[in-house]
Design a binder for this molecule. Structure first.
Ligand code: ADP
Length: 227
């Protein structure tokens, strides 16, 4: 039974995906990433995938209706055993947040919704994302940085330390698409947070320009998670 839904809100490259993965691995929670759902459609060349390919490459948002449908489908088809679900990158607009309210109404009465807002400078994000490479193995997806002297560099050139698959670059990790994604994020951020305040959700803020271990520790502390 789902007891808590956590909404990760933050600019691209702010650590939403990395912190989600840490919560999945260390706490057994479940992550639903709308970006991953979109990329799966594109990789499988579904009808939806063909429609959204251009929007993703150029850093624009996919339509609210399509995205909310993907999330609703996930909730109705999932047989996740975890009682905590992280929604990573959804909702991103007030329309999606309204759709989410309908979904939240279908959860059990005691389930709570917590909003986690990631705060980080745009320049740091750009620097992170232009240097970001990801393991091409869908079940691994470990994130690396090819920035000189980075603590997150792979041990071997373009090969994943964990599963030996080749590293790849996301198509939307180009300067142009990153700037567009940041612009889109800032366009919606304030309205989205006001909507959550009105809905009475708890909102927690995290400065996310820190190492993943530091971020994870302060996250667990603030969320009252023991481990
Ligand atoms: P990031 O947060 O770094 O932009 P994601 O993997 O979360 O990366 O999303 C990648 C892309 O997928 C977005 O730029 C957008 O095109 C699409 N997308 C993901 N989530 C949403 C959403 N909630 N609404 C609209 N489009 C989305």
């Amino acid at each position: 039974m789902i007891n808590r839904v956590i909404l990760f809100v933050g600019p691209p490259g702010s650590g939403k995906g990395t912190l989600s993965q840490k919560c999945v691995q260390s706490l057994g929670w479940t992550q639903v990433s709308t970006g991953d759902l979109c990329r799966e459609h594109i990789a499988k060349q579904t009808e939806i995938g063909k429609k959204i390919d251009f929007a993703i490459k150029s850093g624009k948002l996919v339509s609210d209706g399509l995205i909310s449908q993907m999330v609703f489908d996930w909730f109705s088809e999932s047989n996740s055993a975890s009682d905590v679900i992280i929604l990573d990158g959804y909702p991103r607009t007030v329309n999606q947040a309204r759709d989410f309210n309908e979904l939240a109404d279908t959860l059990n009465d005691t389930a709570d919704v917590v909003v986690v807002k990631f705060i980080i400078d745009d320049d740091i994000v750009v620097d992170r994302l232009v240097n970001r490479y990801i393991c091409g193995n869908k079940t691994c997806q470990r994130v690396y940085s090819l920035k000189i002297a980075s603590a997150h560099a792979p041990a071997r050139t373009m090969v994943c330390d964990v599963c030996d698959s080749n590293l790849m670059k996301r198509k939307d990790d180009t300067h142009e698409a990153i700037r567009e994604r940041l612009k889109v994020y800032h366009l919606h951020e304030d309205d989205l947070i006001s909507h959550y305040e009105d809905a009475g959700y708890t909102i927690r803020e995290f400065e996310s320009d820190s190492s993943i271990d530091e971020l994870f520790d302060s996250f667990k502390k603030q969320m009252g998670v023991d481990s």
